[in-house]
Design a binder for this molecule. Structure first.
Ligand SMILES: NC(=O)c1ccc[n+]([C@@H]2O[C@H](COP(=O)([O-])OP(=O)(O)OC[C@H]3O[C@@H](n4cnc5c(N)ncnc54)[C@H](O)[C@@H]3O)[C@@H](O)[C@H]2O)c1
Length: 265
């Protein structure tokens, strides 16, 4: 098991990619601290992972926009699980709105969670890793939206993920001397609730677009959380100990171009 003896923490891990990452790290032997703004969901995910994998887990509320809550998350993880080796800044939202119609409130909310939340998470993790010594791995969830605009109806989201990509590189430079590696994962189209939350915005995305999205991926399908989790495990393990400050695209080929015909299944 590649993460035996390590302690990992994941924000926004009650659902979707974060939960998938927490599960994958637990299966590799890590103890896992899970937080989410949805406290019941975080506790349920922690219990499910403990039961299925046998590792020690912690589930608690943490709104990543609040520095005090992030600090409490790291402190509780260290107190209950012993140390902190891996932090995954995963919590994020996407609000569907045309660029021209995006309100200042939608922009601020997106930046608060996706931008400021990742900054605060990385800072809190880094402070703990520096204090305990021995290095660590921090992983930020960016998106292919950081590399090219994926939709005119996701302007604030695209901008926030661009911020994540750049702050990842700054943290990587700042923390390299402490042997703390900082990388970002840029997933393509992952089949999680984030899309359902956007579907609730009338006229922005509908279920027909789900099939279109799968067809737009050269490998012919949307990703599942487990596809992203495999990269997170690699970036947490010693197998990646010479890799820092990079944006790792996991997108089934989506950013290299569109398939020339219907993607083969
Ligand atoms: N699904 C995709 O296609 C996709 C693609 C690229 C990047 N991402 C990124 O991956 C990450 C996870 O997305 P997902 O698809 O699993 O979404 P999701 O909606 O399934 O899960 C996101 C989780 O974050 C939590 N959350 C929201 N606001 C929070 C806050 N203020 N504090 C703490 N937790 C909060 C939610 O409760 C939820 O459990 C996000 O950063 C997202 O932008 C997703």
């Amino acid at each position: 098991m590649r993460l035996e003896g390590k302690v990992a923490a994941v924000t926004g891990a009650a659902n979707g990619i974060g939960k998938g990452i927490a599960f994958a790290m637990a299966r590799e032997g890590a103890s896992v601290a899970i937080s989410d703004v949805d406290e019941a969901g975080a506790r349920a995910a922690a219990n499910e992972i403990a039961e299925e994998t046998g590792v020690r887990t912690l589930g608690m509320k943490c709104d990543v926009t609040a520095a005090t809550e992030i600090d409490a998350f790291v402190a509780d993880a260290v107190q209950k699980l012993g140390r902190l080796d891996i932090m995954v800044a995963n919590a994020g939202i996407a609000i569907g709105a045309r660029a021209i119609d995006t309100t200042p409130e939608q922009w601020d909310q997106t930046m608060a969670i996706n931008g400021r939340g990742v900054m605060l998470t990385d800072q809190a993790a880094a402070r703990q890793m520096i204090a305990q010594g021995g290095g660590g791995s921090i992983i930020d969830l960016a998106s292919i939206a950081a590399l090219n605009g994926i939709s005119p109806t996701l302007m604030a989201y695209c901008a926030s993920k661009g911020a994540v990509a750049q702050l990842t590189k700054c943290f990587a430079l700042d923390l390299a001397a402490d042997r703390i590696r900082v990388n970002a994962i840029a997933p393509g189209l992952v089949d999680t609730d984030i899309w359902g939350k956007m579907f609730q915005a009338p006229g922005i995305l509908d279920s027909g677009m789900r099939e279109q999205m799968a067809q737009s991926v050269p490998l012919g399908r949307m990703a599942g959380p487990e596809d992203i989790a495999r990269m997170a495990v690699f970036l947490s393990s010693d197998d990646s100990d010479y890799i820092t400050g990079q944006i790792h695209v996991v997108d089934g080929g989506r950013t290299i171009g569109l398939p020339s015909g219907p993607a083969r299944r």
